[in-house]
Write a protein that binds this ligand. Sequence first.
Ligand SMILES: CC(=O)SCCNC(=O)CCNC(=O)[C@H](O)C(C)(C)COP(=O)(O)OP(=O)(O)OC[C@H]1O[C@@H](n2cnc3c(N)ncnc32)[C@H](O)[C@@H]1OP(=O)(O)O
Ligand SMILES: CC(C)C(=O)C(=O)O
Length: 587
Amino acid sequence: MSNPNTVGRPTPITAATARQRPTAMPVHKYKPYEAVDIPDRTWPDARITKAPRWLSTDLRDGNQALIDPMSPVRKRAMFDLLVKLGYKEIEVGFPSSGETDFGFVRSIIEEGAIPEDVTISVLTQAREELIERTVEALRGAPRATVHLYNATAPTFRRVVFRGTKEQVKAIAVDGTRLVMEYADKILGDETVFGYQYSPEIFTDTELDFALEVCEGVMDVWQPEAGREIILNLPATVERSTPSTHADRFEWMSRNLSRREDVCLSVHPHNDRGTAVAAAELAIMAGADRIEGCLFGQGERTGNVDLVTLGMNLFSQGVDPQIDFSEIDEIRRTAEYCNQMEVHPRHPYAGDLVYTSFSGSHQDAIKKGFEAMEADAAAAGKSVDDLEWAVPYLPIDPKDVGRSYEAVIRVNSQSGKGGIAYVLKNDHKLDLPRRMQIEFSRIIQAKTDSEGGEITPAEIWSVFENEYLPTPENTWGRITLRTAHTSTSTGGGDALTVEAVVDGEAVTLTGTGNGPISAFFDALAGVGVDARLLDYSEHTMSEGASAQAASYIECAIDGKVLWGIGIDPNTTRASIKAVVSAVNRAAR
Ligand SMILES: CC(=O)SCCNC(=O)CCNC(=O)[C@H](O)C(C)(C)COP(=O)(O)OP(=O)(O)OC[C@H]1O[C@@H](n2cnc3c(N)ncnc32)[C@H](O)[C@@H]1OP(=O)(O)O
Ligand SMILES: CC(C)C(=O)C(=O)O
């Protein structure tokens, strides 16, 4: 990921460099993917109504993609995380690769770290010495699966194995037989033993040949009730649209024999950036199980992202069977294990994914929160019991352990709604609409001149400085002293206020049809020509010591502007609001 401190300026395109550019990309080097002849496909109408089986391959496929593969300590942290989240099938390594993976598998078995309901799995090539070593690593495991693979696609048959279809099929079939023999010899009855086969590069393999190899493998394993086989069809390199991938799955699912004893598994990589869609559509097309990694860790552009897939289900009201309620803890652990940062725009887990900077989004979010609160109050329910309906937020950030603080952040793209949200959320001030507009212009001037983000603390400091005189922050013509008296008579209100006006202590007196108009009358006595345009107030908290906030829009000496007053006494809050406006007018 780019480090913002080192993101440089692009190389300028000059007339000379522009001339050196090719006029076209070398498209002749590539060919389109093949469509599948399955006009009666059913997957487009399918709905995903329950979680698939999940297998995490963070410790195998994810690990083999790291610059610095996980140490035993990092592997263990990942394993414990996966168990804690609820993954029941975990590929824990490639034991024949070397001591680190072999030793790790031994350690979790010998230390009893594998819960009863978790099955570990290990990958091997179809080579006898590797198979023996792989099965040896599993000695004493309560439940384990050996996962055998060989590439079946034409280029691999020609280039890697330099063999015919029959020979490549034989690698899979003979390998399966060897796995069974070594499992019998080494594991005996001590382990509930399972088997998985992957025709690697399924995406480029002719469908009828992939089927033929899988059938050959099944003829050896002999799946039946209580003895399933996992057939995992990997998009080792993602090659087509997710729809074609789904067609291929529907074709395999329809044509495989012994289908009820086959667990059909999908293993997408993300070369075209559509791995999540490929996995979801494969499930719609009949797959039962998904293999992937947390946050899409994996070779090249990654394995399919298990967090996004699980959260996609959650956001549709389907229980993913995985606990994502502390998403930042999951992210931190994965970052530690992989020594790789999760992108700030990662769906559901990125730093910025619940944050809006732009004005219209912030406005809608603020209104959405308010509407949910109003709906909950009207229904006599808690907000948490309502269907989530806040615009621009696909899920409630609270459900993954995020606070609402980061939901709205303010910069030059923001409008009044976002700023008002911050004041309401952090300071319980519910500014009237025209005052929001007035204050947002003040903030906009600051963000335009200084650039960057303005934090909630800075927004508050600007607000205080603009509207709320404090002992440290006195400005304007009028400073209120503590005393005021207000008496109501049949004919209206009489008001007396102790204040300092233009540096002199004075007693202001006035009458009117309410305390605010009485105060305007008193101000006229010291030469302030003020007229009330709008007024609103609200309490800021509950209880006897509750503060009230008053907002007053006035025309003062030809200027229209707002003031605010905060005080436990509502009359005094209004007087303060008028003083705030008068002082702003005099600035
Ligand atoms: C798509 C995937 O992610 S598949 C998983 C890939 N992961 C890994 O490879 C990680 C762990 N692997 C390793 O540490 C090493 O590859 C080892 C230790 C297992 C084997 O190492 P080596 O013996 O040096 O073999 P190497 O890795 O170079 O494999 C190449 C040989 O295996 C053969 N081979 C490759 N895949 C397979 C397979 N699935 N089944 C049988 N043979 C295979 C190749 O044809 C080649 O044979 P050749 O030497 O006769 O031409
Ligand atoms: C071994 C298989 C499942 C694999 O990792 C892949 O093809 O990507």
